[in-house]
Write a protein that binds this ligand. Structure first.
Ligand code: PMP
Length: 460
């Protein structure tokens, strides 16, 4: 018996059957996959799209609210929601309207419009940080904020928590192994030694954090308020407050990445928990699914940024490049959608509904786990919840990673897909959006119940 509580042979048997079932039920997806292999590397427009649990990529025809439809005509309840990009539902009506409005008014000009000013005001009011910049992806936001942090502090080292993910930002693609910072396994084409200017400590480990800050060379700690990419790991009581104190004492900046934890409430964890970051980054869902990300900073940071900018101009004699920004950053289309999302979509009522449903789902998962007597636990944060294959919620990334059972996870995900339900791939995270209903939540619970009943009944 595996430590997941489910026998591996049962997982293999279920998985084999479900793969056959998927192939039989999805001839159009299978045909598109075949055709795609002729022109797209790996048969997909982004290589990791072939890493899902399905034997061929599932091709989507359209999506709306909490649902999407595949090219074979099946309807799905979507609890993945583009891994947060569609956290407010697919194509929210105000975003679709904003896209139509801006479509004939120019998409990008490298100049601001009134929307930009409104967005700055809305972001400041929502998150409590006074000054903002707009970019295209959360990866960009984190990359650029790290540059600012190094310029401001004159230090080079970036500290992250083991198990983190902040996008494809070199400095963060590191892990902790036997107490040492090492490259994340699997990096392709890695040339630079990332361990030179990155340091990793376990989440929720104040002693390790204090020791890592002690040399006084850490420019910034970049962290999520809860780890969300290695399974979910919540901060221990007092951890975030002490992190703030320790970073201040060490002269290191605190960057809070709210890209996923935006699901906690209208102002993310920063607002909900009264965090006091020097910088806040958030992307993905911030413009309702249109590519856009933002970063905000305190007044003190803004002042330091002005100084850093003046200094760089002096050094470059007016013809330098800051190393930040991309041509389409803050383009007119993104700005108009960002405004619509902040004004009309990310409302208190939307969150109330999402949080209520996530609680229902988390309670349902717990009841299911108890009924099947499985050594699993559930972690819940705002509109997001996750079941993990360990008896107690993990305290750090290593514990969360040790609870991965890839074959079981893939088998369960495929079983759900074959029954019209999608959850976030590679772990077991679910998100509820404003259009998710209680009935949708109950359908997910019933399907998972059926999968577990089958797995546990398979002869030994
Ligand atoms: N920050 C966090 C916390 C994330 O989870 C991710 C993506 N999963 C990113 C940043 C990067 O987002 P993007 O891929 O849109 O740049």
């Amino acid at each position: 018996m595996s430590s997941s509580g489910i026998a591996e042979h049962a997982v293999e048997a279920l998985s084999a059957r479900e793969r056959e079932r998927f192939i039989a039920a999805n001839p159009q997806s299978v045909a598109l996959a075949e055709r795609a292999r002729q022109s797209l590397f790996g048969g997909v427009p982004m290589h990791w799209m072939s890493d899902w649990s399905t034997p061929a990529p599932l091709f989507v025809e359209r999506a709306e609210g909490a649902r999407f439809f595949d090219v074979d005509g099946h309807e799905y309840l979507d609890f993945c929601l583009g891994d947060t990009g569609s956290m407010f539902g697919h194509s929210p009506a105000p975003i679709a309207a904003a896209l139509r409005e801006q479509a004939g008014r120019g998409l990008t000009s490298m100049l601001p419009g009134e929307d930009a000013v409104a967005c700055g005001e809305l972001l400041a009011a929502r998150f409590g940080l006074p000054f903002w910049q707009v970019v295209t992806t959360a990866t960009d936001a984190n990359r650029f904020v790290l540059r600012w942090a190094r310029a401001i502090t004159g230090r080079k080292v970036i500290l992250v928590f083991d198990g983190c993910y902040h996008g494809t930002v070199d400095e963060t693609l590191v892990r902790l192994r036997d107490g040492h910072t090492v490259h994340r396994p699997g990096l392709i084409g890695q040339a630079r030694n990332l361990t030179q200017h990155s340091r990793v400590v376990p989440f929720n480990d104040l002693a390790a954090l204090e020791a890592a800050l002690a040399p006084g060379d850490v420019a910034a700690v970049l962290c999520e308020p809860a780890l969300t990419n290695i399974g979910m790991v919540l901060p221990a009581p007092g951890f975030m407050a002490r992190l703030r104190e320790l970073t201040r004492q060490a002269g290191s900046l605190l960057i809070i990445d709210e890209t996923h934890t935006l699901s906690t409430g209208p102002g993310g964890c920063t607002r909900a928990w009264g965090l006091e970051p020097d910088f806040l980054t958030v992307g993905k869902a911030i413009a309702g699914g249109v590519p856009c990300a933002v970063y905000g900073c305190s007044a003190e940071m803004a002042q330091a940024m002005h100084l850093a900018r003046a200094h760089s101009r002096e050094m470059a004699e007016g013809h330098g490049h800051s190393g930040m920004g991309t041509t389409l950053s803050a383009n007119a289309l993104a700005m108009h959608c960002l405004r619509a999302n902040l004004e009309q979509v990310m409302s208190a009522q939307a969150y109330e509904h999402m949080l209520w449903l996530a609680t229902r789902l988390a309670e349902g998962f717990r009841a299911l786990i108890a009924r099947h007597a499985l050594p699993w636990s559930v972690t819940e944060l705002g509109a997001r919840c996750e079941f993990q294959f360990r008896a107690t919620p993990p305290q750090n990334g290593a514990e969360a990673e040790a609870a991965f059972h890839d074959s079981l996870q893939m088998a369960l995900h495929l079983y759900l897909i074959n029954r019209g339900i999608l959850i976030t791939p590679f772990h077991n995270m679910t998100l509820c959006c404003p259009q998710t209903s209680a009935g949708d939540v109950d359908r997910l619970l019933a399907a998972l119940d059926a999968a577990l009943t089958e797995l546990l009944a398979m002869p030994g």
